[in-house]
Structures are given as C-alpha cells and as structure tokens.
Design a protein around this ligand. Sequence first.
Ligand code: V47
Length: 381
Amino acid sequence: MDSALKNISDKVENQIRLTPEDGLALLQTNDIWTLCELADKVKRRLHGDLVYYNINRHLNYSNICALSCKFCAFYRKKDQDGAYEYSIEQAVEEATKAQAAGATEMHIVGGLHPFLPFSYYTDMLSAIRDAAPSLHIKAFTAVEIVHLARISKRPDDLKAVLSDLKDAGLGSLPGGGAEVFDDRVHDEAFKGKIRSDKWIQVHNDSHELGIMSNATILYGHIESLQDRIHHLCMLREAQDDAIARDLPGRFQTVIPLPFIPDDSELEHLPGPTGLENLKMLATCRLMLDNFPHVKAFWIMQTLELSQLALHAGVDDLDGTVVWYDITHVGGENTHQEIGVTQLRTAAIEAGLVPVERDTLYRPVIRDSATWHIKAESEATV
Ligand code: V47
C-alpha cells in the first residue's frame, strides 16, 4: 500500500472525515487498487451491492447562449449556423414521447438564451407537466436560474424565481454549471458565468424550498488538483449546512464530469485519461461523505469506464438518455442511447444488483412502459 494512504485507510475504517490534504493524496496516488478498495468500502456501507440506474430523456431546449465558455462546444450565437431553440410545442412532443416510452424523468437544460422571456420557461414546465404528468422534471442549472432571475427582473430574489418554477412543475435541479469553484479557472475558462458563491446560493435556496439537487465538477482542463479538492470541500460544506439546518432539500448526487476537448476552444488539451477518471470518481466518494450518491455519467465517462467505476465508489449510472447535444465522445451523432438491458448487464457482470430508481432514488417497479414507485410491502423484481 502507498504509505500516504495508510492513515487515510484508518480514517475510512473508523468513518473519520478526510481532510483536503487527504483528498490531494488520493488524487496523486498510483496505488489505484487501495484507492478503489477504500471507495468501494464506503459505497458498500451506503448501498451494499446495489447499482441504481434510471430511464430518462435529456432535452437541450436551445444552444443559443450569451456566454462563450472556452470548454463548451455546445453554444452558438443567435444567427450562427446550427443555432436552434425548441418551441413549447416541440418540447411537449418530446416529453409525450418520453412518457410513452416509459421514462420517469426529463432532464432539461440549455444555453443562456438572450431573448426568450421568463414565461417561456414556466410555460414549458407547466405544458410538460400537463401533457406528461408521470415525468419528473429535473431542469435548469444554477447558471440558468440566475439568468432567469435577471430576465424576470428579480436578480436578488432567486427564491421567488425558484418558487415560480416549482409551482409550474419543476421537480429538482440538475448539478450542471458548477465547473470548478476557483476564480483563476473561472476567469480563464468561463469568464462571465456565475461564480461559486452564486452557484451555491441557488442550491441552498432550492434546498430551503424543498427542491432536491445534484452537483457536478468539470475536471481535467486547466484546473489544478488542489482546485478540485477545494471544490469538493465547498460542496461538502454546503451539504453540512443543509443537514445542520434540517432543510427539506439536499444534494443527492455528485457527478464528476471529465472534460471532453473536441470542438471546444480548449481542444488542444488532452482531457483526462481513464485512470484519472477512475481516481476522480473514487476520490469524490471518499471526500463527499455527506452525499448519498456518486454518479458515473456514461455519456462522458463511457459505459466501459463507468462499469469499472462500480468497484471504485460509483453507485449510480445515468441513464437511458436518448439524445444528448452538449458533448459527443468519439463523433458528432447526438443520438446516444443505451438500453436498459445494457445498463443492467453492466452491473450484473460486475457482480452487483441493478435497481431502477426514479429521480428521488425511490425504487421503481416496471412492466414495460408502465411503472410505479415500489411500496414498502412490495418485493423488488
Ligand atoms: O453544465 C459542458 C458540462 C454540464 C463540456 O444533475 C462539459 O443528474 C465535459 O450537468 N466536457 C451538463 N463537460 C451536464 C450535467 C449533468 C449530466 C448528467 C447528469 C446530471 C445530473 C448533470 O456539462 C454543463 C457543463 O458543466 N460540460 N461542456 C465538455 N466539453
């Protein structure tokens, strides 16, 4: 065992919180076996043999964005080639198809559109809720929420904006837009976007309103390993605060997102390697002791790596996404779908037990496209 991990191993055994220095040692170690074993121990303590997955659809309603983040290959300016936006009717059509196919969740995010009014967003939510009431709507990153507060002329009342969105049908917040909580990285790679304090504030406010949320970190570009650990510690602190205040909402899941360089302004960077991805997923599990779940987003991690990560702290695979526009690993095609069988096989082959969940991690009982939340008395199929 790497001697730097000995003390950490004792802490994990005794459930003692890891320090930022411990986090750095985890990211720097070459002792991948011990790292994965420690992360797996924590994952098993929380979830045993279970691996969660969900049946969802992503809707990227517009790629038109007022920002020009250097890591992003998704955004377009209003009249640029390839710029698009969905009408409410088109969004509803996608939701109706998703519901008919048995999806439990619609994950909706887009660029910061300079011209759409606030009513577009509330109308989209309520129209989807009415047309497809069984779908949980997980929508809008903290960055979009701040944008919506500005366009609805309430820049300092994020809670009122979140409350309006909740009334219109918003179920929870996804974890995007966090990038890396560091001012140097912010100014070099995504200047103009909200900083860490605002991102955390949006999630805090949503937790106060009983809206659950997720958190991401976008790693493997121009940030340092120290920056990554600092980001994880800020998330841990925010969750500590939500727990201490007994808020009705919490962070559910951390999703470490490996930087995909293709077609971005940072295309010259190599992006993280497989080993780096594994280390990052395991380190998230070990550092974020107050987050219930660690998700491998296979669209970015690949299914192969995500499967390995099931023995490195990951308990959740997202999901049977069909169309995904923000990143494309190894090609231009936005049709990125894997079936339930492939997800389940990935878990079973790893010696684990796949469980379909809804957005709030309640087990789902399914008969083809028909499903319900498992009751206490029901056996899991
Ligand atoms: O906010 C953009 C990131 C995020 C790139 O909450 C990139 O369950 C890598 O947040 N390389 C969107 N990442 C995805 C996201 C997400 C995905 C799955 C589940 C959940 C959840 C959230 O993707 C953006 C940005 O941080 N991103 N460009 C890129 N080139």
